[in-house]
Design a protein around this ligand. Sequence first.
Ligand SMILES: Nc1ncnc2c1ncn2[C@@H]1O[C@H](COP(=O)(O)OP(=O)(O)OP(=O)(O)O)[C@@H](O)[C@H]1O
Length: 307
Amino acid sequence: MIEIQQLTKRFAAHTAVDGLSFTVAPGEVLGFLGPNGAGKSTTMKMLTGFLAPTSGTARVFGHDIQRDTLAAQRLIGYLPEGAPCYGDMTVAGFLGFIAEVRGLKGALKRQAVQTASEKVQLESVLNQRIETLSKGFKRRVGLAQAILHDPKVLILDEPTDGLDPNQKHQVRKLIQSLAKDKIVIVSTHILEEVAAVCTRALIIAHGKVVADGTPYELERQSKYHQAVSLVLEQPVDVQPLTALAGVAGVEQSEDGLQLTVLPEGDAVIFPAVNALLAAQNWPVREVNVERGRLDEVFRRLTVGDAA
Ligand SMILES: Nc1ncnc2c1ncn2[C@@H]1O[C@H](COP(=O)(O)OP(=O)(O)OP(=O)(O)O)[C@@H](O)[C@H]1O
């Protein structure tokens, strides 16, 4: 269990993290979200013992990160932002070095390097210098060093930053496969990542929690939850749609070919919209019911503007 209570960090007059409190249990993959400067990295640095809080506490399985730093850090694997590695070392050399820092020697060290390399599929590049690797492989080296000692807690600061879509997909699958029985905290700007890998999302703005729930619960807060989107062959008069019971409004693309019919509150409007489409015999190419848009919820909660 991770327990964060009233965690606060001030830099001179600026409060970067402002009385943050939350707990995370084993098995949870927590997406830690917020706009630039919201305080994500500062929180992660305090949680991993690299930065002292101004006030408040963070405990990792009962160990206070300030008073019992080494015991807490032993339980944590940390992938910092940018994942700095030693470029002129080989992958095997670097992982062996980190294993030693983690107190592993001899057969235990060899076993740890082998297991971590297999988990993140680094076997083919073990003897290559890190600076010669692609970004995706470098990120995997960062992940391998984070999991070397099989930690109960994984803290990953923007793990897919700068990766291409295939590499992002691979790293996300990897996080999911590593997540069993662990606590994983992933900071990210990428909202689709939250839906793809996280069991829970915590959004912060100005150092404070503004939302905490499953991705589905956040999507439900979107004005697009249960909205019906339509793609048409040619524009239509949307008045009959806006007149339907439970419809809050209709958004239209500039060319009039894409419509989004918004529900009032929790109203389920799909059956009525569908019946109207059939009755009007409109040239419809696609009809979809939306789950809700995390990006809209994120914007509304972090800047108060759902435009
Ligand atoms: N060492 C420092 N000295 C002064 N201010 C700092 C320091 N580190 C961070 N800050 C400030 O604290 C605030 C929070 O920064 P932090 O890096 O935690 O945000 P973040 O949510 O991780 O942002 P990003 O998404 O851009 O990485 C910012 O306003 C930042 O400028």
